[in-house]
Design a protein around this ligand. Structure first.
Ligand code: SAH
Ligand code: SF4
Ligand code: F3S
Length: 429
């Protein structure tokens, strides 16, 4: 059986695709590098914004008619049967909590033509992790530690695609971390919609404790985690991060807005002032700490003044990078039916303005690195330039540089020139 997985969306989807691939490969399936060689196409979809959701339908339209198509992921979970009526070419719908049954799906669609939807939520954590052969990277390994979300931000579909929060047991996380470290992984990334809300009640462990134990026990050089919710912040996290050098000095810390009034409308549980206080505490305890964030612009009711508060927050924190989006109304969410008084043109102008300011900040900060030596983890060869590799810094900056070293090596790199989005230099090791 030849299969191909097309993955959209966040790192959790990437990790889920690795799990699906692992199950199928361990049952004799062959993972193909492109669609044309495959008999079965599995689409792991993302529903977070309208555009992301539409992508999968146009992708389905381009698949040749002799292939079987399984739609998995967040759109499968939220839209279920509606996908079958919109795209009759689809053979099966598999929700986000059903991946451990993927092999049965393959058997079913091979033997009969009935179309089914399996999209129930499971109550318990389903334990499974991919071996190194089924992963996309041999350098950086994902470890899911929790899934789901209880926050119900008023704009967000994720609670409807991933269900309520479920936490992976402590010893299983340690087991996967040890596995990746034995396989020579240089970086692990703990995944979840709200990682800092993780806990293991049986073993009485909190997220900062988990991080500390991982930092102590695994030989992996860089430990990262995404995504942290600012409303659940715990002072102990700053303490643990300051103690261990192998926890990266970088946190993805989505603010969404710099205006308390808008944050309230978004049903985020913190105020502008709480957010700034956490950032300031971090900077006081760990001066080299870097931040990145997500922002939604043009949320219904966002005034010019609210938007200016977002810009001032961006200027205050000086983020390493920012993902910013125009608000996209999503079915099932609380703000879906709310009147929206911000015209689309205004939303787009604000997005442009925000991104321009962020670019200036990145360029300014990147320029300070010219002539300096930074540590870079090589992730791959540069496919376009011979003798060059691509890597990332501890704060997740992209660096292109001349080097004879291989993926997975940490190298000292002299930065020669920079743009807003990447650095360029030479290996001086
Ligand atoms: N759990 C993460 C977010 C996951 S979704 C958190 O709480 O930060 C990733 C990002 O998509 C969000 O941070 C948000 O900025 C954006 N997003 C989510 N819903 C959106 C919507 N309806 N319109 C525009 N952007 C949205
Ligand atoms: Fe969505 Fe909010 Fe949950 Fe993040 S915290 S996944 S934005 S509901
Ligand atoms: Fe998208 Fe689902 Fe991730 S909606 S962002 S793939 S959790």
């Amino acid at each position: 059986m030849n299969f191909y997985i097309k993955t959209y969306g966040c790192q959790m989807n990437v990790n889920d695709s690795e799990k699906i691939r692992h199950i199928l490969e361990s049952r004799g399936g062959h993972h193909c590098q492109n669609e044309s060689q495959a008999d079965i196409i599995i689409i792991n979809s993302c529903a977070v914004r309208e555009k992301a959701q539409e992508k999968i339908f146009s992708y389905i339209g381009r698949i040749s008619s002799d292939k079987k198509i399984i739609v998995a992921g967040c759109v499968a979970q939220s839209e279920k049967k509606a996908i079958l009526s919109r795209s009759p070419a689809v053979d099966f719908i598999l929700g986000t909590h059903q991946y451990s049954r993927i092999h049965s799906v393959i058997d079913l669609i091979a033997n009969q033509n009935t179309k089914e939807v399996w999209a129930g939520f499971t109550k318990k954590w389903v334990e499974l992790y991919p071996d190194s052969e089924s992963r996309t990277s041999a350098v950086s390994g994902y470890i899911s530690i929790m899934e789901g979300c209880n926050n119900f931000c008023s704009y967000c579909i994720v609670p409807f695609t991933r269900g309520r929060e479920k936490y992976r047991p402590y010893e299983k996380i340690l087991e996967e971390a040890a596995y990746l470290s034995d396989k020579g992984y240089k970086e692990i990334v703990l995944l979840g919609q709200n990682v800092n809300n993780w806990e293991d009640r049986i073993n009485r462990k909190t997220f900062p404790q988990l991080l500390g134990i991982l930092a102590e026990k695994t030989r992996v050089r860089w430990i990262r985690f995404i995504t942290s919710y600012p409303g659940y912040f715990d002072e102990e996290l700053i303490e643990v991060m300051s103690q261990y050098k192998n926890i990266t000095r970088h946190i993805h810390f989505p603010a969404q807005s710099g205006s308390t009034r808008v944050l309230k409308k978004m049903n985020r549980s913190y105020r502008r002032k709480d957010y700034i206080q956490i950032v300031n505490r971090f900077k006081r305890k760990i001066p080299e700490m870097k931040f990145s964030s997500d922002f939604i612009v043009g949320f219904p009711g966002e005034s010019r003044y609210d938007f200016q508060l977002t810009l001032s927050l961006i200027r205050h924190v000086e983020y390493e990078s920012v993902f910013s989006f125009v608000y996209s109304p999503r079915n099932y969410t609380r703000s879906f039916l709310q009147p929206d008084n911000v015209p689309l043109e205004v939303k787009k102008d604000r997005l442009y303005e925000l991104q321009k300011i962020q670019e200036e900040i990145q360029l300014k900060n990147n320029r300070k690195l010219i002539g300096q030596i930074v540590e870079v983890l090589i992730t791959r060869k540069n496919p376009k330039r011979q003798g060059e590799v691509i890597g990332r810094t501890e704060s997740h900056r992209v660096v292109n540089f001349r080097s004879g070293a291989l993926a997975g090596e940490f190298r000292p790199v002299l930065i020669e020139n920079v743009g807003p989005h990447s650095l360029r230099g030479v290996d001086i090791g």
